[in-house]
Design a protein around this ligand. Structure first.
Ligand SMILES: [Zn+2]
Ligand SMILES: [Zn+2]
Length: 302
């Protein structure tokens, strides 16, 4: 038996600050005597001395070493700080005994977090009616959230809806699960801040989730249709793409310069704006369907 060759193992690349599901590693081993160690193995050993991963040394990166491909080991389930070791076990290569070497590496495991979204609520919401809303959730590590239970709670924390996300991933997303539903609007005219909350998925990995606000304004239901025609005040030509707001309701004019808006009765403020025109504001009272024409004055921005 000749003398053993000493080895030195190291890891390529930086450990990410936090890991959630998989840890990607790439190991490099150098033999003191310059052997090609291709075909021999490296191991990953956890804090309890259990083997949690293994990879084969495949090729050299610079003629002095042998490296593995990038390989993954599963991150621990529980959040916390960990120190594991990458080990080149004592083994034979080309008939020569090679000594073991090892290098520690540390990482911290974070729980997966769910990110929640709410969209599709009309503005304003007609008081006392039903209104549509979409809710969704996705896990930072891409876990399945199929059929995950969720609730929506009202202004005082009372539950107003309980349901489940759909079974399928939302089209065009990597791992977002969602549901479209209808809620009963409060019978008032006010700003509301409700809360959307998801259950945590049943998973062997811990999850955390914040809540998402469900903000909306209730208003009297629209009763009257206004046809608002916007023209150039000098040339009487219809103006397309002018922004028209009546109270909380808004619309844009079409090619004929016309915007149609359904609004509640009563005194409302009309606001019209268009680039390069002087904005127009006026109060008026609405008690029936009406047609209104507004001439805007041309005033190019210099
Ligand atoms: Zn050697
Ligand atoms: Zn997850």
């Amino acid at each position: 038996m000749g003398n053993n060759h000493a080895t030195k193992i190291s890891l390529l690349g930086d450990m990410p600050a936090f890991v959630r599901a998989d840890i990607s590693l790439q190991a490099r081993v150098v033999c003191d005597a310059g052997c090609d160690l291709a075909g021999t193995m490296v191991r990953v050993i956890d804090g309890g001395d259990a083997i949690v991963g293994e990879a084969e040394l495949l090729y050299t990166s610079d003629g002095q070493d042998t490296i593995t491909d990038v390989f993954t080991v599963k991150a621990p389930m529980n959040a916390g700080e960990y120190t594991w070791r990458a080990v080149y076990p004592a083994q034979e290569c080309e008939g020569i005994r090679h000594d073991a070497s090892e290098t520690p590496f540390s990482f911290s495991v974070r729980p997966h977090s769910l990110s929640l979204s709410v969209w599709g609520i009309p503005f304003p919401v007609a008081r006392g009616g039903k209104f549509p809303i979409c809710v969704s959730a996705s896990c930072t590590a891409g876990c399945s959230l199929a059929n995950l239970p969720f609730t929506i709670c009202g202004d005082r924390g009372e539950e107003v809806f309980a349901g489940r996300l759909g079974a399928d991933i939302k089209e065009g997303t990597a791992s977002t699960y969602w549901a479209a539903l209808e809620l009963n609007a409060p019978d008032d005219e006010a700003l509301h801040k409700w809360t959307y909350r998801c259950a945590l998925p049943e998973s062997d990995h811990p999850h955390t989730a914040r809540t998402a606000p469900v903000s909306f304004r209730t208003d009297a239901p629209p009763e009257h249709t206004l046809e608002i025609k916007i023209v150039d005040g000098y040339e009487n030509r219809p103006l397309e793409d002018a922004n028209v707001m009546v109270g909380f309701y808004k619309a844009q004019t079409d090619a004929r310069g016309i915007a149609r808006i359904c609004v509640p009765g009563g005194t409302q403020e009309l606001r019209v704006s268009k680039e390069n025109y002087v904005p127009h504001n006026a109060l008026f009272s609405i008690d029936r369907d009406q047609t209104i024409e507004v001439g805007l004055l041309f005033q190019p921005m210099l």
